[in-house]
Design a protein around this ligand. Sequence first.
Ligand code: GDP
Length: 140
Amino acid sequence: MSVERTFSIIKPDAVAAGKSGAILAKLEGAGFRIVALRKILLSQAQAEGFYAVHRERPFYGSLVKFMTEGPVIVIALEREDAVKKLREVMGATNPANAAEGTIRKCFAESIERNCIHGSDAPETAAVELAYFFCTLDLGL
Ligand code: GDP
């Protein structure tokens, strides 16, 4: 298995609660290397674009409002089998269903305010990395 890159967001609930450091420590502890990282406040248009795949879902408006309520930390991550491993270390979307020790089990509040995003496939990761980082950022 070769080294792969994936994309993550520490969501506004976790940034506001001061959990970013603990989440980054869990990611590094799971063998991820931080390639690039930035703290930003998403605009409504940026959040809508990022979650466009969910625009027909009933929670879309609420999700966009949540993702713009405060700063997020966007992260480019690297390790072997990164996409799959990040999904494992994040845990299930709903923290009530997340396995013990996963980031969402430890830090998430609810199915919506679930503290972290992680790309769901290598193709999605490439699109999401390019949405937030330029080529120069990703050269590190
Ligand atoms: P993920 O890949 O595990 O993040 O899950 P999805 O891609 O299915 O959903 C994207 C995000 O939408 C989730 O991380 C949650 O923040 C939110 N979300 C997903 N399902 C629900 C839901 O049933 N209700 C609400 N309010 N939010 C949801």
